[in-house]
Structure formats: C-alpha cells, structure tokens
Design a protein. Structure first.
Length: 967
C-alpha cells in the first residue's frame, strides 16, 4: 500500500530533579583487555648547537606554578571570541618567526607578538617566547621593544633558579618546540626523563601524530606524572606534581591524548581512561575538604567521558568497542566510589554517541527482527508476555540513556532528538530503524532531524517518502538531507545469506510492494542521483563537504565526472584549480612524474584529497569474468601509480596536515583485491613491488599499523595463489622457476625444535639482563631499499621470500612490545590479525614461523586477550588453527604436532577459548570455506610436497612414523 504522509510532532518527557548514575547496559563481547604500558625506547639527544640542558630533579617547580589556569595551551584551540590572540597563537608566531626571520611578517603576527609588551607575567611560556625573540637573528625593529632588559632577565632568572630552572632548561624547551615534525617533536620532548612545563606538553598535542609509538611513549609520560599517585622519584626526595593543580588541566591532557589516539591508535583509548581513573581516585588524598575534592573528581570524570567518546578517524565502527570499554571503565570506577559522581548532560550525549556506533546487542537484534514491513515499523508482538511488557522495554540503549539524561534534569536539544531517531525512536514516539551511526554531540547539521529520519529507513522508497514529507511543513532540504537520500538510492541490496539487519550497515532491504500496481510502484520510486543534483542546482543548494567527497570517491564513473562535481561545488576558485590539477595528474597515460610540484595552498581539505586517491584506486582496471588477463580498452592502467605519487607528494607539503596511514590504507586495500590490474605482464608480483613502495612511504611517516599489515599479507597471498594452479595442472610443463618455487613447501626434519617457555617472539641470542632495544628499533627501517621494488628481473621465488621476510619483521614490530629479548605480547593484536598472518605463512610455506605463531597465540596472546573473544573473533581464531593443521601439519613430524596438540588441550582445560580442530573442521576449511579454490590448490601442493619428500626418507624413518601413527 502507499506510504502515508508522516507527521512527527516533537514532544518532551517530564523532567525530574533526580540524578541517576549510569549503569553499564548489555554489551556485545569484546576482544580487549587492558595491558601495561610499553617501555620507553632510547631517547634522542639535543643537537650540538643548543646548550646541553642541566638535569632537573622531579621536584622542580616547572610543574607546580600557581597560575596554571592561565598558562595552559589548549591542544584543540577554538577560535578566539575576542580580538586578542591567545598565548598559544603568540607562541606559534614566535616559533615561526624564529625559524624564518627573513620571511614575510604579516601585520597580524606583528600585533600578536606586540601583546608581549604589555604582559607583566613571567610564566614559563612567556619566558620561552622571550628567549626565542632574543635569539632571533636580524630581529624586526618593531619587535625589539618587546625584549626584556638585562635587569628584567636577571630578576626572572633569579626567580626561576630558586625553583631549579636554569637557562639551559629554557633552551631545551625551545629546542623541543622548534622541531616542525610532530613525531620528532615528541622524541625531543621525551629525550630526558623528567617533567616538562605544561605549555610544552599542550603544544606537543596540538599537531597530528603519524607514529603510534609517539602516542604510546607520551601516554607513558603522562601516566608517570599525571596519574595522581603519591610517589617520589628515584632519589626519594621529590614528590610528583600536586593532584589539586593537575585537576584543572588533566581533562585537557586527556582530551589531547584521545584526539591523537583517534588518529593513530584507537586501542590506546582504554589506557587513557585508566589514566583518568588513577587520577580521580587520587584526588581526595590531596584535599582536606570533601566537597572540593568531589567537585574536582566530577570535573575530571566528565571531561574524561567526553574525551574517550571520540571515535577513531579511520574505521570508527570497527574501533568503537575501545571507546565503550573506556566509558565502562570510568562508570565502574564512579559506581565503586563512596559517593557516585555526577554525570553532566554533555557526558550523557557522549555516552549515547558511542552506543550509537556499537553493534546491536542480542535484545536489540531481537527487537529489530520483529518490526513490521510497513512504516512506521511498529513491533509485531509475538505472545502475551510481549503484549503485557512496557514499550520502553524494547527501546535501544542509546534511547534509554536519553531518558536517564532527562531524569537527571537535563533538557533535550535537537542533538538529543537526532540521537533518539538514530537509536530507534522518532520525536513523536513512533519507532524508527535503529541505525548504527557516528554522530558526534557537537555536530550541528541544518535540518538534522529530517536527515536522521531519512537515514533510519530500510530502502530508497521509504527514504523518498520521508523526503517528500519533512517533519516541519514547508522546510527546505539541505545538502545533508539530499546526501542521506543519495546514500539510500546508491546503496547495494542486502545479501540474503548475510546476518545483517536493517540499520547495521548501509545496505538496503526489500520494499513491501504487496498489492501495489505497476503505476504505484513507479510513483514511489525516487529520482536518480543526477536528477537530485540537478534539483539541488536549481534550488541553490550547493555541493559541499561530505557530499562532495562522497560523490568523488564513490559515485564518479570517471575522472571527468569528478571534475564536474568539483566545478559545481562551493569550493573557492583557488581550491577548485588545485583539485583539478590533482585529478588531471591522475589521468596521465604514462608513469613519468610531473616536473613541477603540486600547487597546494594552506587549509586544503585533506578529506577531498583522500577522495581523489580513493577515486584513482576505484578506477584502476579489473580483470573481467572469464578473461583474467583482459584489460578494458581506454582504461588508464597507471591511475593507482599516480595515486601513490599524489599521496606521497601532497602530504609531504607543509600546508597539508599529516594524514597518518589514511590514504595509504586506501591504496593498499586496492592492491590487495584479487582482480585488480596494475601491469599487463606478471600482474600479481607487480602488485607486491608496488606494495613495497607504498609501505616504504608509510614507514617514512612512521604510520605502519595492523590494517596495512593485513593488506600487505593479502597482497602476498594473491601473488602466490595465482601461481598455484600452474604447479598442479599436469598439462603445464614444469619450468626451472616453478621447481624453485615448489621448494617453498618442504618437510621439516624430526629434529625441528619447538620453542620453550613464554615470550615466543623474543630475540633468543641475547641474555635476559642484557640491555637491548625493542624489535621496532632493531628491525626498522623494514621496507627501505627493497630489492624486489627496484629489480625487475628477480624470480617469483625471490620476491615471495623477500616479502615474507619483511612481513615477519613487520609482525614483530607490531605484535610485541618491550625489549626484543623479552618480546612481550601486544594485547591490541586481534584474532583477525592472527588469522591473516597464519594464512599468509601457510601460503608461502613458512612452517617454522607458523609453529612460532601457534605457540605465541597459546602461551602469550591467549592469557591476556583470548578469554574475552566475541563469536566472530573465536571463529576467526579457529580458522587460523585450521590453517595450521591443513597446511603445516603435513610438513611437520608427528611428535611435534602431538606436542602442540597437548598445549592446546591444556589451555582449554584452564579456561581458554582455543581448541584443536578435528578432521571435519579441516575438510570444511580447505573446501567449503574458499569460493575461489585457493585453499584446495594450496592443500594439494603441500600434500604433493609432503608425499614426494616422504618417499625419499630412509626405511627406518618411515617405520618410525608408521609406529607413531598407530599409537
């Protein structure tokens, strides 16, 4: 039947003055357990042109200034509300001027620096600015009046000396700040294991890191100095910083750390929450008055909740479980206090933000599976118990937290209404489709309620009906409203074999067309995306922001179409010209690079640059069905090469913020697709060479991560899988190179030794007490000067061996922490990473590493992360063990396999989630689990290698193996 016009009237629930403490609700299983922090690697020393800093004891006053509320620099500076620049701006201008004193100095920067003339304070930040200006060669005459006199410097130096601070310390702070690369700036900051002034820390946190190690080390520093623990330094004389003073700035520190974690290491969010918990629990020890301590605790508590709710910039839904773990940690701490802490309205919204990004719980899935096919999708009651139940019993967690917020005395805003809609309840109380979404509380979207209503539909027809009937009669659609409708029109139909429910992803579900005529069906169909864009142009709605990036990366059928979207966007002419240049460079039919550098200006939207990289990867030719070596005519085979060049060149510009691994992950995911064509000859192994180039650039930025690791592993697997059919097909003549390739798969001798004890991936040739760096420090750079990346005449065997060697080195740098002679397991490794690594090792025939990985999972990883696995993670981990039995066991001695099986059985008895696969599991894994035939091909190659080598064994060895099998 026809969808009726929808009337949604806003109603508010009655508020009470009760403040209820939020209790963690039902949650999906997690793959995380908090582990200790990593140790600090060796520090970097200052260069010789700066004075060597004196050693400052931990009791120095650099962290005990009474005027701290006026000294901090916000790691996320907001636009100034008055005409006076902030101290943050003055410091940045002074640093920029010191680096390039001969460059042009704008009037705004002159005015910013002239503010120091009237500044009476002598804080650490102002002293450092004075130090920079004093040391600037050829200082602008207008700025000379800012410099302190010798008498003033003597006064300030005397005061600082009484607190243990000398001229060398100020030079050291300036040396830290003058570094332009954020990760190198962190290395300088941590080059001495002592406290630094807060303004230096906040300046460090203002720029985006690329290396997760930078965040790990900085988090360890903050844990040492800002956890609020009553400890002293190694001399036993100097206590740590005061909890009372820290409580005024710790929320900003946590916010800065969380912002960096969302960029480079989402798994560190729970560790940051633990830092906040330690600090909150220590606050009462430094206050005599309970109420004052309680206010401080509430301030830090709410600041921490709002900070840890910031979702990852890359794959936010995949990493949202870390945010939820962090929030639960804070809420559990509050519940266990003598007086539970007050939750502010913004903290409730932060909690709802994370809940909306999480997958549905079992009860929410049950509710979603009982919704009617009509609109609004009311729940179909199945029995008398459900008829007696209250309607609120079937609401989602995000909606329930909204009610709790109102019961706490906080009025609803438009943001709350949008979160209610996404959580499954419309403003009039009728149901919507609970939709997984990333909607930050601070996001202000014009006509956001309308856009949210369109998003919470199941198909394009329902979305079009809501588009034609806005919640407020006469409302004009905005770009966000159009964008949500376009998402529904462009979405793919849901896979009937998949377990997703409406709202779990972007896919659409069938529209109920029962009893509708052909005319009615046609009338309910929405217009096409080009028709909507034309309508937007006619009504004056510009293509902007997210819509432009989405149209370029997902909807452009060619580079010319992307240029048209840019021409009709709201970008200024300068930005349009720059993006046109980038797109035209990706269209070049040759591999040669342009002579001139890209004309990139300041504040160029990095999201649009990533969209162009994604477009170039998407337009790369693919194999067609039945013609694996056919390249469609007219397609540019070099577009992904140009995407690599654009990513390397654009983000090396000082005007574009460092993207971390974002654009590189897009390129690596494209290279890992089995049907992509990058070369007309030897395509699969050319992709390995390209992967070397990509990872060399990523490593130079210090942005290697597990996402890139899995993509690289997939590239290696695809290269080997294309080779396997030729090794087992009797119609193909075996060449010398094929025989060399077959040597990858060889049986191991009975003397093969299983490593003993924990810390399997340790550097065993070193003593336990010998000072040694981490695997990261020993093995990096991994991808620099890759032989296969430059040599065109290397055999397939040599390419695979080099690739697997680099993959093993990358695994050790990512999966372990601490000194290499210990090699402790990193708890942030997931079952997905283990599965990908095990399958790749099997593909390249590295049985020794498969045994090491097997032992590492059972002994090192399972005790810290394997007891709280979700159903999907358990399935992926079991798949890794199936790969071991199918592809490694035939090449191992029976006694070795028996010993490993006993380890698994012992782990299972102790409560682990790992069990030994049986023969049915192996058969299913090698046949039914692979639609492309790669697993059966690999299984046959390994069986042939095993049988051929067994036939060459001496008689007594064959008899021994037979006896073992009979036992």
């Amino acid at each position: 039947m026809r969808l009726p016009p929808l009337s949604r009237l806003y109603t508010t629930a009655a508020l009470t003055r009760v403040r209820r403490v939020f209790v963690p609700l039902e949650t999906p299983s997690q793959d995380y357990e908090h582990r200790p922090f990593e140790a600090l690697p060796d520090a970097q020393m200052p260069p010789p042109f700066l004075p060597k800093p004196n050693v400052i004891d931990r009791g120095s006053a650099s962290h005990q200034q009474p005027e701290i509320s006026t000294l901090f620099l916000d790691p996320n500076p907001k636009p100034a509300t008055c005409s006076y620049p902030s101290l943050h701006t003055v410091l940045a201008d002074a640093l920029e001027y010191f680096r390039a004193p001969s460059g042009p100095l704008s009037e705004s920067k002159i005015e910013s620096l002239l503010l120091l003339a009237n500044e009476e304070r002598t804080t650490h930040c102002i002293v450092t600015i004075q130090h920079l200006l004093k040391g600037t060669p050829e200082l602008d005459p207008r700025l000379k009046c800012l410099l302190w006199s010798k008498f003033k410097w003597k006064q300030v130096s005397t005061r600082l000396a009484s607190k243990g601070i000398g001229a060398d310390d100020i030079s050291h702070w300036a040396w830290i700040l003058l570094e332009t690369q954020p990760d190198k700036r962190v290395a300088r900051f941590l080059s001495k294991p002592r406290h630094k002034p807060l303004f230096v820390l906040f300046y460090i946190l203002r720029d985006n890191f690329s290396n997760p190690e930078s965040l790990t080390r900085l988090l360890e520093y903050c844990r040492e100095w800002y956890s609020g623990q009553e400890t002293v330094d190694e001399t036993g004389e100097h206590p740590k910083a005061s909890s009372a003073m820290e409580s005024t700035v710790i929320p900003r520190i946590i916010a800065g750390l969380c912002r960096q974690a969302s960029l480079v290491q989402p798994g560190a969010i729970p560790d940051i929450a633990n830092l906040a918990v330690s600090h909150i629990q220590a606050i009462p020890r430094s206050h005599r008055h309970f109420q004052k301590a309680y206010r401080f605790q509430c301030r830090v508590f709410n600041g921490a909740i709002q900070a840890v709710s910031q979702l990852s910039e890359v794959s936010p839904y995949e990493h949202s479980t870390y945010n939820w773990i962090a929030i639960r940690t804070l809420l559990s701490m509050s519940t266990n206090l003598a007086q539970a802490l007050i939750i502010e309205g913004e903290s409730y919204r932060a909690i709802r933000h994370v809940l909306l990004a999480l997958p549905k719980t079992d009860s929410e899935r049950d509710t979603a599976s009982t919704l009617s096919s009509s609109w609004p999708p009311y729940r179909v009651l199945r029995d008398g118990m459900e008829e007696k139940a209250d309607t609120e019993d079937f609401l989602g967690r995000a909606v329930k937290v909204g009610f709790m917020m109102q019961e706490g005395g906080y009025a609803k805003t438009e943001t709350d209404s949008i979160m209610d809609i996404l959580g499954g309840m419309a403003p009039d109380g009728s149901p919507t489709i609970q939709t997984r979404a990333n909607y930050p509380p601070h996001l202000k979207v014009p006509q956001g309620v309308w856009a949210a209503l369109i998003r919470t539909t199941r198909n394009a027809q329902e979305a079009w009906a809501l588009f034609k009937h806005p919640p407020e009669p006469g409302a004009k659609p905005t770009s966000e409203v159009y964008l949500e409708l376009m998402h529904k029109i462009a979405a793919k139909p849901a896979d009937p074999a998949h377990h997703n429910l409406p709202g779990d992803g972007r896919e659409v579900f069938p529209f109920d067309e029962t009893n509708l005529s052909d005319y009615e069906k046609a009338r309910l169909l929405p217009p096409s995306i080009p028709e909507l864009i034309e309508e937007m142009s006619n009504t004056g709605v510009p293509i902007e922001g997210r819509m432009l990036a989405w149209l370029i990366s997902h909807q452009s059928a060619s580079f010319e179409a992307a240029l048209q979207y840019i021409d009709h966007s709201d970008l200024n002419e300068e930005a349009k010209s720059e993006f046109r240049w980038c797109i035209k460079e990706c269209q070049r039919p040759t591999l040669d690079s342009p002579d001139r550098p890209p004309p990139l200006s300041k504040n160029l939207p990095s999201g649009l640059l990533r969209a162009i990289v994604a477009l170039a990867c998407r337009l790369q030719p693919r194999h067609t069905t039945g013609s694996p070596h056919f390249i469609p005519p007219g397609r540019n085979i070099y577009s992904i090469h140009h995407a690599i060049w654009l990513a390397r060149t654009a983000w090396s510009s000082e005007h574009v913020s460092t993207p971390g691994a974002g654009p590189w992950e897009l390129i690596m995911k494209a290279l890992s697709q089995p049907n992509i064509v990058v070369s007309p000859r030897d395509n699969s192994f050319e992709r390995v060479r390209l992967a070397f180039k990509v990872l060399e650039n990523v490593e130079a930025q210090g942005a290697l991560n597990f996402g890139l690791f899995c993509s690289f592993a997939h590239v290696i697997r695809n290269a080997v899988w294309t080779k396997l059919p030729f090794l087992i097909d009797p119609s193909f003549k075996i060449k010398v190179g094929d025989q060399e390739f077959m040597s990858l798969y060889k049986a191991r001798s009975p003397q093969f030794m299983i490593p003993q004890g924990p810390n399997v991936f340790r550097k065993s040739d070193l003593a336990d007490d010998e000072a040694v760096g981490s695997w990261h420090g020993i093995l990096t750079p991994i991808f620099k000067n890759s032989q296969s990346g430059v040599a065109k005449h290397r055999t397939h065997y040599e390419i695979v061996r080099e690739a697997s060697t680099k993959l093993k080195a990358l695994w050790r740098t990512l999966a372990t922490k601490g000194p290499a002679n210990q090699g402790c397991a990193n708890g942030r490794v997931t079952a997905t990473h283990i599965n990908s690594y095990m399958r790749t090792l099997a593909t390249v025939g590295d049985v020794e590493e498969m045994v090491l990985l097997f032992c590492w999972v059972v002994r090192d990883w399972a005790p810290i992360a394997g007891r709280f696995l979700s159903t999907g993670s358990t399935r992926r981990l079991h798949g890794a063990l199936c790969a071991f039995r199918a592809f490694a066991e035939p090449l191992l001695d029976e006694s070795t396999v028996l010993s490993l099986q006993q380890e698994v059985d012992m782990c299972l008895k102790e409560g682990g989630r790992i069990h030994w696969p049986d023969l049915e599991d192996i058969e299913a894994y090698t046949t039914k689990n692979d639609a492309w035939g790669n697993h059966p091909n690999l299984y046959e190659v390994i069986q042939r290698a095993s049988s051929r080598q067994e036939s060459q064994l001496p008689g007594d060895e064959i008899e021994r193996r037979i006896r073992l099998k009979l036992k």
